[in-house]
Design a protein around this ligand. Structure first.
Ligand code: NAD
Ligand code: MG
Length: 383
């Protein structure tokens, strides 16, 4: 039977790679829904090519333009509500959650409520609301399969044993473009420097998060929720070659790793076809060509974002929502030239310190914490 896929964030880096995987898988899957933020031209082009039942655009000011471009070809849905309606109406079995930031949460939450298979790239959804999403997925039997390469690796390696046999996990990190840069130079890095990732080609926000290592901080929180781990069970290892995507250590001392060329189409395909494995479309790994792999401990002084990740993972509650929202806002400010690179993590730290912690928040309290953090970042700048 054909798998019916809806892609939230289809115009982005993960979204486009997902469509390449769909092409590669040929008639095994069919695209029934496409959603994006504001890039109408690209979204319309995709809709013409894949002919989905529903298309949604988050930016309401572009709705008319999209409707006109699609001329009644499919249902066109509008705004944030439209993304949720796309999940409800497109008759999909699998939702690929590839929107960037907390904007991806409402539609992903709806997919989990409806018990869909969720191939999850949008890590911010779990960072913000892992405490709600994970128990909900257990209740609705929604299958949540990570696309984030480290978490896909852990998910795969976990199959080598039982959950109770896991001692710890190692999240690998490339170290980003500033791994060997002096701190002072890094603090004043330009946008162009920060967007120059050594091993992965990704959207701008995650690329900047990799440069501050906030990406790894968010991934610590993501791993805690996905795999039900204590923060002490999660260790970050710098591995500049990005060949080992992460590792699981079992109680007998065996360490199981997943390796591959750094290409997101592998974890995307795994998430879509799970539990099956089908021939992939990426270059095979050539270990002899790689020759050697390196590992070292992260520098917590230089990349203090990592501490914030552990803190948010330890505290749970509203801490993840606040950290994620503060970071999104600070990254936007950096991109707009409003703050220096070094201020991103500093602002995140201040906002996390100042927030009034709620240990067991409702979804409304999480949205409120997110909104509070965004406002607080802007206030930080004026005081
Ligand atoms: P991207 O910026 O390339 O694409 C983002 C997508 O989200 C676009 O389709 C955009 O239109 C859409 N979008 C943006 N704002 C929106 C809004 N307010 N409402 C609805 N849609 C909106 O980002 P990306 O690199 O593809 O990353 C997507 C997600 O996947 C992120 O959460 C990221 O952390 C995660 N991820 C990405 C990679 C990667 O290799 N790119 C790897 C691991 C995890
Ligand atoms: Mg990752």
């Amino acid at each position: 039977m054909q798998q019916r896929i809806a892609i939230l964030g289809s115009t982005g880096s993960i979204g486009q790679s997902t469509l390449e995987v769909v092409d590669h898988l040929n008639s095994r899957c069919r695209v029934v829904g496409l959603a994006a933020g504001s890039r109408v031209g690209e979204l319309a082009r995709q809709a013409h090519q894949y002919n989905p039942a529903c298309v949604a655009i988050a930016d309401s000011s572009r709705f008319t333009e999209l409707s006109e471009a699609l001329g009644g070809q499919c249902t066109v849905l509008n705004g944030e509500r439209g993304l949720v309606q796309l999940v409800e109406q497109s008759d999909c079995d699998c939702v690929v959650a590839a929107i960037v930031g907390a904007a991806g949460l409402p539609a992903t939450l709806r997919a989990v409520e409806l018990g869909k298979t969720v191939a999850l790239a949008n890590k911010e959804t779990l960072v913000v609301a892992g405490s709600i999403i994970m128990p909900l997925a257990r209740r609705t039997e929604a299958n949540l399969i990570p696309i984030d390469s480290e978490h896909s690796a852990i998910y795969q390696a976990m199959h080598a044993g039982r959950k109770c046999e896991v001692r710890k996990v190692y999240l690998t990190a490339s170290g980003g473009p500033f791994r060997t840069t002096a701190v002072e130079e890094m603090e004043n890095a330009t946008l162009q420097d920060a967007l120059n990732h050594p091993t992965w080609s990704m959207g701008p926000k995650i690329t900047l998060d990799s440069a501050t290592m906030m990406n790894k901080a968010l991934e610590i929180v993501e791993a805690k929720w996905l795999f039900d781990l204590q923060p002490e069970q999660i260790e970050v290892v710098i591995h500049p070659e990005s060949i080992i995507h992460s590792l699981v250590e079992f109680c007998d001392g065996s360490v199981v790793a997943q390796l591959g060329t750094p290409d997101m189409r592998t974890p995307i395909q795994y998430a879509i076809t799970y539990p099956e494995r089908l021939p992939g479309c990426c270059k095979p790994l050539d270990l002899v060509h790689i020759g050697r792999m390196n590992f070292h401990a992260p520098d917590f002084e230089k990349f203090s974002a990592l501490r914030l990740g552990y803190e948010a993972a330890r505290r749970g509650g509203t801490a993840g929502a606040v950290l994620s929202a503060a970071n999104e806002t600070a990254v936007e400010l950096f991109r707009a030239g409003g703050i220096r690179f070094g201020e991103i993590v500093e602002i995140n730290k201040q906002v996390l310190e100042q927030h009034e912690f709620v240990p067991e928040p409702t979804i409304a309290q999480l949205f409120a914490a997110d909104q509070w953090a965004r406002n607080e970042v802007k206030q930080c700048l004026t005081c």
